[in-house]
Design a protein around this ligand. Structure first.
Ligand code: IMP
Length: 428
């Protein structure tokens, strides 16, 4: 059985948690491969809503093993808070069900302080990070000065390493940013306490996943963030510090391409983004409120992690073609199709115009993107309520036409569409 990968095809927040939740029902293992608690997944099960940032959303399925892979960065406080919250609601979060790679990196209070200080120093040029310490933790990883999760199994080395880490970061915090120094001893003591609880979850997850695949089990790689937030293939520097693309899924889990089955790209039926950076099809005013919602519903376009209103715009097929290429997407999944119901017509961006030239490929450089104008084709809308549809073929003709248009312009099958916030509101 293969490794199937779920990728965000836009700027994150595409509704990947929902799709992961659906596909997890057939998976033996669900594994996170990149990012940390900058992600936010809302999973609705019956009347219960679970908001998860770090723990794979497969955890709500009995019998599914969850893995947090080596490509992730883990804030121990968030990890413990999430497992305690899940346990309080009757979810089994024992080490038998949840494994953390010994090679994942730890996020410390010093990383968070540095993230905040660096953002505030950038002023109006800030990236708009989630301020969870993600960038500084990956910086340490690339700089070969990071703290790996495996240290949690070695209390003595952990104490020394955390102390040295905080002292080094204090130099930056105080001398460069004029911020307050952190108390290294206190943080080391906190980490000693976390270690006792987290050590039983540590494993060599690359070996575990390989053995599972060889034994015929199926593994679902749960994406966080999205293709345009990828450090290489996104709108750099307005990106996250990891590789949320298909290549990142492999390095982030310690597996090679031979095991890959399907690569699902999840995209909203329109576009949204939180944080700064170029956004060619962005809408303002009334048109934006129509897509974003007013915030009255939990599914309106407000960030799960930060609560910020998301920037919204029409669907951008230049972006989706970029995602298809860099991830080798085998399937597209469109989410929130129901939000488009009732519009008389729906513009879709098919290409960009830059200095009088038509561009069919996405130029990830912000300075070029800022100058690109969308070239729209306008499709007829549908007035029918689609929230009860469970088979794609039963969608109204104009909704099917919209999906066929996306498939044709991306040369990728659209194999699912979500039509409402509930778990079962998916048309396949
Ligand atoms: P960071 O990952 O906190 O460093 O933030 C870098 C950029 O990625 C910012 O624009 C964030 O808003 C964005 N970002 C990070 N994680 C997510 C996510 O899960 N969904 C949407 N945007 C995200």
């Amino acid at each position: 059985m293969p490794l199937d990968i779920i990728i965000g095809a836009q700027w994150g927040d595409e509704g990947k948690g929902r799709i992961t939740d659906l596909l997890a029902q057939q998976a033996h293992i669900v594994a996170r491969y990149s990012g940390g608690d900058n992600a936010g997944h809302t999973v609705a099960v019956g009347h219960e809503t679970f908001k998860l940032h770090l723990i794979p959303s497969g955890i709500v399925h009995d019998g599914v093993l969850c893995v947090i892979g080596n490509g992730t960065v883990i804030n121990p406080v968030v990890f413990l808070r999430e497992i305690d919250g899940l346990a309080a609601r009757g979810v089994d979060v024992s080490p038998a069900r949840l494994k953390i790679s010994r090679h994942a990196h730890l996020i410390t209070p010093a990383h968070i302080a540095l993230d905040k200080a660096a953002e505030s120093a950038l002023g109006k040029d800030a990236i708009g990070t989630t301020q969870r310490g993600i960038g500084p933790a990956y910086t340490d990883k690339a700089n070969r000065t990071g703290l790996r999760a495996g240290l949690l199994a070695n209390p003595e080395a952990l104490g020394d390493a955390v102390l040295a880490h905080v002292e080094a970061k204090n130099e930056w915090l105080v001398k460069i940013h004029g911020a307050e120094a952190l108390d290294g001893q206190a943080i080391a003591a906190e980490f000693a306490h976390y270690a006792q609880r987290i050590a039983p979850y540590l494993a060599d997850t690359s070996v575990l996943l390989d053995e599972a695949l060889q034994a015929g089990q199926s593994v679902l790689a749960e994406g966080a963030q999205g293709t345009l937030l990828d450090i290489d293939h996104g709108t750099y520097p307005f990106v996250t510090s990891s590789s949320p693309t298909a290549g990142g899924a492999l390095t982030g889990l310690g597996l090679g391409p031979k095991v890959v089955g399907k690569v699902f790209g999840v995209a909203k039926a329109f576009s949204s983004r939180v944080g700064s950076g170029p956004f060619v099809t962005e809408l303002q005013g009334e048109a934006a409120v129509r897509l974003r919602g007013t915030g009255a519903n939990p599914w309106d376009e407000y960030g799960t992690t930060t609560g910020r209103p998301r920037r919204v715009g029409w669907l951008d097929l230049v972006v989706l073609r970029h995602a298809v290429r860099v991830n080798s997407l085998t399937d597209l999944v469109l989410t929130k199709l129901d939000i488009l119901s009732g519009l008389p017509e729906i513009p879709v961006c098919v290409a960009y115009e830059l200095d009088g030239q038509r561009l069919d490929h996405f130029p990830p450089e912000p300075e070029l993107l800022e100058r690109c104008q969308p070239i729209y084709e306008t499709l007829p809308g549908w007035q029918e309520d689609v929230t009860g549809v469970r088979h794609l073929a039963d969608l109204p003709a104009n909704a099917l036409n919209y999906i066929a248009f996306v498939a044709a312009h991306t040369r990728t099958a659209v194999s699912m569409a979500s039509v409402g916030p509930e778990r079962e509101q998916v048309a396949v």
